[in-house]
Design a protein around this ligand. Structure first.
Ligand SMILES: Cc1cc2nc3c(=O)[nH]c(=O)nc-3n(C[C@H](O)[C@H](O)[C@H](O)COP(=O)(O)OP(=O)(O)OC[C@H]3O[C@@H](n4cnc5c(N)ncnc54)[C@H](O)[C@@H]3O)c2cc1C
Length: 350
């Protein structure tokens, strides 16, 4: 019985991490399983981006936000496993058996799916030999701005991520050029305007057709680009190449046939704003869940998480309080509050 959890959260992105916190708040024995080495989900793709749209939170870098989410998730000491992909879920009476890629089995009374849109990986540049530059100057995410200071940068892609990076890098880079295969960028028009104002050079109908290495063959020194309208090509010396061509998705978890979940397409599960899915005992939160009025943003993941955990609580204990609880009403915080206040008093008296 010791190894049976009240809830097993699958996915350690914002929805899963906040669910782990909230589930501790509701007194549930909690396990979280994440397939990647690092917790943080999609926010790990934008560690240097300033996030402005989390209510009451000053603009915060993605990397810092992830650290805070992880710290909060650990408040009630849930069991957290990383580098462990959940492959298969089956049900035996009232118990779910969760099988992982490591051949382990985990047992849980309920499941909270927080798997985002599945396991995602960036779409790679399809030029021969491109992968060998991934260790040097070919990037699929911007992990640190420092690297791009005073550099000649070319960004391939026309979506929001590509243009956001162009806007953020242009004040520190020597030059930023965006090349995009279609006639018009697909990013939000306000961001495009910002990019133009920031001096980003934008070349539509243009693709990178060749990468030429430096003499040591360690990094890209020249890129050749071709314009599909004029059929003209040019070769330019660059320091860094950023590719933002979107993401591949892998539908990650399989279910026993007795567990029939309603899917919107290959990736998303239909459910309710309460986090319930059509299968009793399986709940969902964050980007994986769809319902009318869904908000596919960080703030949406938090509301989903609280709702799903409250639904889990009443599924396990039908007489439990159904709705959101304010933290001051929770006995579990009393001791933690006392210690925080004491520390603040000591600090103030110095
Ligand atoms: C480039 C970019 C910029 C963004 N900017 C903003 C912004 O400024 N503001 C904002 O509010 N939102 C932003 N978003 C959206 C926000 O990041 C997502 O809404 C949020 O990350 C969704 O969280 P999630 O936990 O539902 O899913 P995810 O973040 O996708 O996390 C899901 C986790 O589940 C894990 N997982 C999947 N399958 C399995 C499995 N089988 N076993 C174990 N683990 C598994 C994955 O590895 C992943 O860690 C942005 C998104 C992107 C891509």
């Amino acid at each position: 019985m010791q190894n049976i959890y009240d809830v097993t959260i699958i996915g350690g992105g914002p929805a899963g991490l906040y669910s782990a916190f909230y589930s501790g708040l509701r007194g549930l024995k909690t396990k979280l399983i994440e397939s990647q080495q690092e917790l943080g989900g999609k926010v790990l793709l934008y560690p240097e981006k300033l996030i402005w749209d989390v209510g009451g939170h000053p603009p915060v870098l993605g990397g810092q936000f992830v650290k805070q989410l992880i710290e909060q998730a650990k408040t009630f000491e849930p069991t957290i496993l990383t580098n462990t992909k959940v492959d298969f879920i089956e049900r035996h009476d009232d118990l779910f058996i969760i099988r992982t890629s490591k051949g382990e089995q985990h047992h849980s009374k309920t499941i909270l799916l927080a798997i985002g849109g599945g396991i995602i990986s960036p779409q790679k540049l399809t030029l021969e030999g491109a992968e060998k530059y991934e260790m040097t100057n070919l990037h699929y995410t911007v992990q640190s701005y420092q690297r791009f200071v005073d550099k000649e940068i070319i960004i391939s892609g026309g979506g929001n991520a590509a243009i956001d990076w162009a806007v953020e890098l242009s004040p520190i880079a020597k030059n930023v050029t965006v090349v995009y295969r279609s006639e018009q960028l697909s990013a939000h028009e306000a961001t495009i305007e910002e990019a133009i104002k920031a001096g980003v050079q934008i070349e539509c109908n243009t693709t990178i057709t060749k990468l030429t290495a430096n003499t040591e063959k360690t990094a890209i020194q020249f890129v050749t680009c071709e314009n599909s309208q004029t059929q003209q090509s040019y070769t330019r010396q660059i320091d860094e190449v950023i590719v933002s061509h979107g993401y591949n998705r892998e539908s990650s978890v399989e279910f026993d046939e007795a567990i029939a979940l309603s899917k919107k397409d290959d990736y998303y599960f239909e459910g309710k704003a309460t986090g319930e899915t059509v299968h009793p005992g399986i709940f969902a939160a964050g980007d994986i869940l769809t319902f009318e009025g869904k908000v596919n943003l960080l703030i949406g993941t938090f509301q989903d998480a609280a709702n799903a955990v409250n639904s889990i609580k009443t599924y396990l204990e039908p007489s439990a309080y159904r709705y959101g609880m304010v933290s001051s009403h929770n006995d579990l915080f009393k001791e933690k509050n006392r210690s925080i206040i004491e520390k603040q008093l000591v600090k103030a008296s110095k």
